[in-house]
Ligand binder design. Structure first.
Ligand code: UGA
Length: 435
């Protein structure tokens, strides 16, 4: 079993660390934010991810947290970087935190410590990191790219049963050692390729998934105009094995910390480093920008002027089973509604109470919809599947539901007396008098 140092106690660092500890390795996670480290040391987990708290508790004797560089590198055989690489000012990735860690790695660690890049980085970062390690005299350190494919809300399963584990190594022996760390995970594909290809696998996979979402969202637009149902179209398309069923859910657009950033990063990388205009990605992003505003358009069509109206946003996080608000469509929708003069209420079981400034936060969906002129399902939390009740209908000033996630059964909702509109599905509107 190995001794693994992880830099960064964010989402990726914590999940990766907990799962490696579960596999039997000894893990020390270092972060530079004192409050975060103190909470982790006290047994708290600062992010919401199903099963993570339990896993960290279960592996307490093999996982620890520190602020201190010496603690984390002591006896480390692998030095995992799981620090943020946010979008930079020019659309490229900001690698400041990556370089900070590379600069502070100490000389003289015994054996052959391997620096492993988990953070999502542009193609070419590995070569630059290798050159920097050499320039600092750390020639005995290995360098391996090991992109992560965890999806929030399902991250532990994604780690333990991945479709594939990818490593790209400067020296193939180092790559093999990193793959060995995954002994015990349930996968058929442990693959070793070159560093540049490994870096690009990550960006290309996310960009492809985002492309699928924008594609189905455009199909949904067509469906609305020709009276077709996008959920049935996606089902029929997905049965073709070459197309596949996943990531064909139309909705209010993709959000999160990965797709928006990685699509932009790949587009920028193509332009700056490959002198190539990646035309599809420009369209993917434009479709997504417009898709986030579709629910507002639909409200305008139904309610007319939004001034003085009250709208309940049901779900705020960018997807269910997370408290993550990064690039969440709810923010764009709330901002447009507030700018249009509406009062906005919000319900979400996990997002922080001040997640969106200027909205009124409610403890239950019922509280959020009471007296509202419309409700918008923004995040497909399972709690919302049963929202179309007589109690909710009677509590609303106008029982109008815009279902931004195609979560409900249109016929059942109409039968329950709601005015209902989904994304890319035929509308069976039950006209309701406006008082
Ligand atoms: C995504 C990828 O799925 C992971 O494989 C990858 O490791 C991760 O980014 C990353 O780069 O770190 P994540 O952002 O956690 O994971 O969430 P997804 O489940 O992929 O959802 C992203 C967004 O797409 C959400 O807003 C979701 O609502 C939306 N989406 C997803 C759709 O609108 N339709 C779909 O069919 C699927």
């Amino acid at each position: 079993m190995a001794r693994i140092a992880i830099f960064g106690a964010g989402y990726v660092g914590l999940v990766t660390g907990a799962c490696f500890a579960k596999l039997g390795h000894t893990v020390v996670i270092r972060d530079v934010v004192p409050e975060k480290v103190a909470r982790l040391q006290a047994g708290e987990v600062p992010i919401y991810e199903p099963g993570l708290r339990e896993l960290i508790d279960e592996c307490r004797d093999r996982i620890s947290f520190t602020l201190d560089l010496d603690d984390v590198v002591k006896d480390a055989e692998f030095l995992y970087l799981a620090v943020p690489t946010p979008e930079g000012e020019l659309g490229d990735a900001n690698l400041q935190y990556v370089w900070e860690v590379i600069e502070e790695l100490p000389e003289g660690l015994p054996g052959r410590p391997v620096v492993v890049m988990k953070s999502t980085v542009p193609v070419g970062t590995g070569a630059r990191a290798r050159a920097r390690l050499d320039a600092r005299g750390l020639t005995s350190y290995g360098y391996v790219s090991n992109p992560e494919f965890l999806a929030e809300g399902n991250a532990i399963d994604d780690f333990m049963k991945p479709d594939r584990v990818v490593v790209g190594a400067v020296d193939p022996e180092d790559g093999k050692r990193v793959l060995d760390l995954y002994d015990g995970v349930d996968t058929e594909h442990l693959i070793e390729i070159d560093v540049e290809s490994a870096e690009l696998v990550k960006l290309a996979a996310n960009a492809m998934l985002a492309t699928r979402i924008s594609f189905i969202n455009e199909i949904a637009r067509i469906c609305e105009r020709v009276n077709a149902d996008v959920t049935k179209v996606a089902y029929g398309m997905g049965l073709d094995k070459r197309v596949g069923e996943f990531f064909l859910k139309a909705g209010v657009g993709y959000g999160g910390s990965c797709f928006p950033k990685d699509v932009k990063a790949l587009e920028t990388l193509a332009k700056n480093d490959a002198d190539y205009t990646f035309r599809i990605l420009a369209a993917v992003q434009e479709v997504n920008r417009l898709q986030k505003l579709l629910a507002v358009e639909k409200l305008g069509q139904r309610l007319g002027d939004l001034r003085g109206r009250t709208v309940a946003l049901l779900g705020l996080a960018f997807k269910p089973e997370t408290n993550d608000m990064r690039e969440a469509p709810s923010e764009v929708i709330a901002r447009a509604l507030i700018d249009g003069g509406a009062t906005v209420r919000g319900w979400d079981p996990e997002a922080d109470s001040d997640a969106i400034p200027g909205i009124e936060r409610c403890a239950t969906p019922l509280e959020a919809v009471t007296g509202a002129d419309a409700a918008v399902i923004v995040t497909d939390w399972k709690e919302l599947k049963s929202i179309a009740t007589a109690e909710v209908r009677d509590a609303m000033a106008r029982p109008l539901i815009i279902d931004g996630r195609n979560l409900l059964d249109p016929e059942a909702v109409a039968a329950a007396g709601f005015e209902y509109e989904a994304i890319g599905r035929p509308t069976k509107a039950t006209p309701v008098a406006v008082s």
